[in-house]
Design a protein around this ligand. Structure first.
Ligand SMILES: NC(=O)c1ccc[n+]([C@@H]2O[C@H](COP(=O)([O-])OP(=O)(O)OC[C@H]3O[C@@H](n4cnc5c(N)ncnc54)[C@H](OP(=O)(O)O)[C@@H]3O)[C@@H](O)[C@H]2O)c1
Length: 358
């Protein structure tokens, strides 16, 4: 039986779903894959639970009762003391600072599986240094959920790239929250601010919806795909249409934005009124390999097109390549949500296990 030892950082939506999925899939993984996934350490930003302290049926109870304040060094000392084989750090945080630990973790013997996009969207210098350190230490870094959550977008691109298939362009609706907002806004006779509130209430947006509307998260995803194809670009080079009016942007409070979000309604109504009968508005990310341009913007799409016919909070990625010509490969489905993202992380863990010794 192959054993993988996971140190999980982040017990939020994705991290807690992942623990449940690993517990539920335990027997299946042992029987079908000959694989045992163990989680000897679980940590959030302040507290860590080390398995040696107790074993209870519920990880939440263990975490609350036996967790205590920690430093990364405590985790490193603990795993060394226990002599765990096949160590994996799972980054289910959204933290900039946590990524500072990646190089240390790799040097200390960890592989990394990340839902967090930060490491892949920092400077090219960091991006290269991380890969160099991984190679030097013979460690793997998997991050399929960085783009499209559980959808196999990065793997598909990587397969094209590895087999020398020329990817010419990628277009898509990369954000589940913005997909929901524009699908609903174009379908129904409601004010934009009303649709935005509904999207927040349903948990589709970040607590501060300006994070979604700024387009920065989509920009990060585009950069990750571009770099996957060998583009040497920085985040500031992605051209992003910010949908937040200047007087309500980051320098004004969230409370002020919530109070004044009706200010967005007129502009979006005008945009809607300019549409032809067979058109809808979509929030689109575009990557052109010929020009190297990465762009995030609103776009008018035919209702019958792949992007125009999207529903709910679905994402859609159209990958154009030389062999596929004008008919792109389309990957479509739920591009966000804790359960599908955790499932994507679990899939990365299984793929990683296949590369490791028993
Ligand atoms: N949710 C989705 O649909 C989705 C889809 C694709 C990718 N992702 C990515 O998945 C990641 C997690 O998302 P989420 O929705 O689960 O976020 P979340 O609910 O906000 O949870 C974040 C977790 O990270 C912990 N954390 C923050 N800083 C940390 C640090 N320095 N060390 C250890 N733990 C730390 C937080 O702990 P505290 O509570 O102590 O702050 C919290 O437990 C994000 O990077 C997100 O972009 C999410």
């Amino acid at each position: 039986m192959k054993k993988i030892h996971i140190v999980l950082f982040g017990t939020g939506n994705v991290g807690s779903s992942l623990i449940q999925q690993i517990l539920t899939a335990g027997e299946h993984l042992k029987e079908q894959e000959g694989l045992e996934l163990k989680i000897p350490v679980i940590a959030n930003s302040t507290t860590a639970f080390f398995q040696k302290h107790n074993q209870k049926p519920s990880w939440e109870t263990d975490f609350k009762v036996f967790g205590f304040p920690y430093q990364l060094q405590d985790v490193l000392d603990y795993v060394r003391e226990q002599e765990y084989e096949n160590l994996v750090a799972v980054d289910a945080t959204a933290s900039e600072e946590f990524v500072d630990n990646y190089l240390t973790l790799v040097k200390e013997g960890f592989h990394i599986v990340a839902a967090n996009k930060v490491a892949n969207t920092r400077s090219s210098a960091f991006y290269e240094e991380l890969r160099k350190t991984l190679r030097k230490n013979n460690k793997f870094f998997l991050y399929e959920t960085n783009v499209g959550a559980g959808l196999p977008v990065i793997e598909t691109l990587r397969n094209f790239h590895r087999s020398h298939e020329e990817v010419t362009r990628i277009r898509g609706v990369f954000s589940g929250s913005l997909s929901y907002i524009f699908n609903t806004f174009c379908e129904e006779e409601r004010a934009f601010s009303e649709v935005l509130s509904e999207a927040s209430e349903k948990g589709f947006t970040e607590p501060d919806p300006r994070v979604d509307l700024s387009g920065k998260d989509v920009g990060r995803k585009l950069l990750i795909l571009g770099r996957e194809l060998g583009l040497k670009k920085e985040l500031h080079e992605v051209v992003i249409q910010d949908l937040v009016p200047r007087h309500l942007n980051g320098s004004s409070s969230l409370e002020n934005f919530q109070k004044k979000k009706k200010d967005l309604d007129l502009d979006f109504l005008q945009l809607k009124n300019q549409l032809k009968q067979d058109e809808v508005i979509r929030h689109v990310g575009e990557l052109d390999m010929k020009t190297g341009k990465l762009e995030v913007k609103l776009s008018r799409e035919k209702k019958t097109s792949a992007l125009g016919s999207l529903q709910h909070a679905d994402s859609s990625f159209e990958i154009f390549t030389k062999s596929y010509g004008e008919q792109p490969v389309v990957i479509k489905g739920a591009g966000a949500g804790a359960a599908v993202t955790a499932r994507g992380v679990l899939t990365d863990l299984i793929k990683l296990a296949e590369k490791l010794p028993s």
